[in-house]
Design a binder for this molecule. Structure first.
Ligand code: ZN
Length: 300
């Protein structure tokens, strides 16, 4: 569990480490003492919880008494836990004055990974999943965000398919919603941005992609949910190249058509020579195309 209540106020384990992943020991000490005095309670069942903050695993809150609390019984991989902390830290850095929540429960009962409430602008929600959810679940979530003017940022875990030429159906859903795909490399503290370009040259389908990796130290998010970096410039460069490629292709096709029509053209001087040949009885000298034309137009 990443959240619990301390004297009625929500606290989150993602605040226990700095950006270099060092513990803020004063805070660890304060929350451990608070747990000892029974002041830390589960935000879902109200049961007493304690803080575990060891050197290997991500810090977490756990119930003193193992009970049937859905939140307390959630099991998550260390990759997921660390990734969530990294995204939370990224939001805190990007919106120092914003109110940042981890595991935010929305009005429709769904949770998201991190949430920024912003009274002046749109709220921003981060959804971080290592596995794909179903298409129906994705659409339900996406519709809720759009209906409520919330800006979503969908984040996936890093895997081999990130480097594939074609994006998967799920990544395509994400790209259709937010314009690009985001992958979190939580092992190396990096964000990978990718946009796929699927286009046609005549009947030939082509796929290209733009992919850039950024250290989390070098990146922030603005109030429109955009990552502040050169990714969109790189995408624009690829789009320019694609447009050039399409333009060249269309030019080549036009040129071919012009040549083909020129090839089919009946030249009056050749036609005249052909007619003379025929009149002289030298029909074997006339090409089939001119002969056909002469017969078709009854020129003899
Ligand atoms: Zn609980």
């Amino acid at each position: 569990m990443e959240n619990c209540f301390y004297n009625g106020k929500e606290i989150c384990t993602y605040n226990l480490k700095d950006k270099q992943h060092y513990y803020i020991n004063e805070l660890v000490e304060e929350w451990k003492l608070a747990a000892n005095r029974g002041k830390l309670t589960c935000s879902e069942c109200g049961g007493r919880v304690y803080l575990a903050a060891g050197p290997i695993k991500e810090p977490y809150f756990a119930h003193y008494d193992k009970q049937s609390c859905p939140y307390g019984n959630l099991t998550e991989s260390e990759e997921l836990k660390k990734g969530k902390r990294l995204l939370y830290t990224l939001l805190r850095k990007s919106f120092p004055d914003g109110e940042i929540h981890a595991r935010y429960k929305m009005k429709n009962g769904l949770f998201n990974t991190c949430y920024v409430t912003n009274p002046k602008r749109n709220d921003i929600a981060i959804d971080y999943h290592l596995q794909h959810s179903s298409i129906v679940k994705f659409q339900e979530r996406d519709k809720y965000y759009k209906d409520n003017q919330i800006i979503p940022i969908y984040v996936l875990g890093i895997n081999k398919s990130c480097y594939d030429n074609q994006i998967s159906w799920y990544e395509n859903l994400i790209q259709k919603s937010i314009g690009f795909c985001v992958y979190l490399d939580s092992l190396n503290d990096k964000i990978l941005l990718k946009r796929s370009f699927d286009y046609k040259l005549g009947s030939l389908r082509k796929i290209r992609f733009c992919q850039r990796s950024y250290s989390l130290d070098d990146i922030t998010i603005d109030s429109k949910g955009t990552f502040i970096c050169d990714f969109s410039d790189e995408c624009n460069k690829i789009e320019l190249l694609l447009n050039e490629e399409k333009h060249l292709y269309e030019q080549t096709i036009r040129f071919k058509n012009i040549n083909a029509s020129k090839m089919n053209e009946i030249r009056p001087d050749i036609l005249e020579t052909a007619l003379e040949c025929l009149k002289r009885g030298e029909g074997q000298l006339v090409s089939k195309r001119y002969m056909d034309y002469i017969i078709e137009n009854k020129l003899l």
